[in-house]
Design a protein around this ligand. Structure first.
Ligand code: S3P
Length: 176
């Protein structure tokens, strides 16, 4: 049974690499944020504005416990998930955790490239964003560093870079 859990900051490439990894293996891909949105029929933004971040974290924890029941899956966790409650220890018990580690500059570039609806960063100017990322990454890194494996991510914009990271993850997690 294989269960890979990709963790890392917003914009690290968890969803992009998780989907590409699923295509290259016979594993199913589950994005924890999407799973929450489907289960609750609400967007992450709506959950944040209705229940606040604390309410979101409670839901996120419960849904983490649901998705880790599935077997032969790649789970992309939300950026904050490993940093609340005992989630990172739980993830380490349930699967092969891989920290996708990137610099604040790379994370910022990826966040700005996407259609940014993330509640924690959507209203920030580029200058505010880099400061916010640097500060919160400092606080979060002790949790991320507990992952079983770490993969350093440079900018992922080209398909050949994605394919290369997919190969590296396959080797790290020892999957075919
Ligand atoms: C968050 C990251 C988001 C999402 C929510 C909060 C965070 O997931 O769970 O907006 O606290 O870092 P992604 O990392 O997939 O963007």
């Amino acid at each position: 049974m294989t269960r890979i859990i990709l963790i890392g900051y917003m914009g690290a490439g968890k969803t992009t690499l998780g989907k590409a990894l699923a295509r290259a293996t016979n594993l199913q891909f589950i994005d924890l944020d999407w799973y929450i949105e489907e289960r609750f029929h609400k967007t992450i933004q709506q959950i944040f504005s209705e229940k606040g971040e604390d309410g979101f974290r409670e839901i996120e924890r419960r849904m983490l416990h649901e998705v880790t029941e599935f077997e032969d899956v790649i789970i992309a966790s939300g950026g904050g998930a490993p940093c609340f409650f005992d989630n990172i220890d739980y993830m380490n018990q349930q699967g092969d955790t891989i920290y996708l580690k990137a610099t604040p500059e790379t994370l910022k570039a990826h966040i700005l490239m996407g259609n940014n609806k993330r509640p924690l960063v959507k209203d920030k100017s580029p200058e505010e964003l880099i400061n916010f990322i640097s500060e919160s990454l400092n606080k979060r890194e002790p949790f991320y560093d507990k992952a079983r494996h770490t993969l350093n991510i440079d900018v992922i914009t080209r398909n050949d870079q994605i394919a290369d990271y997919v190969e590296q993850i396959k080797q790290i997690a020892n999957i075919q």
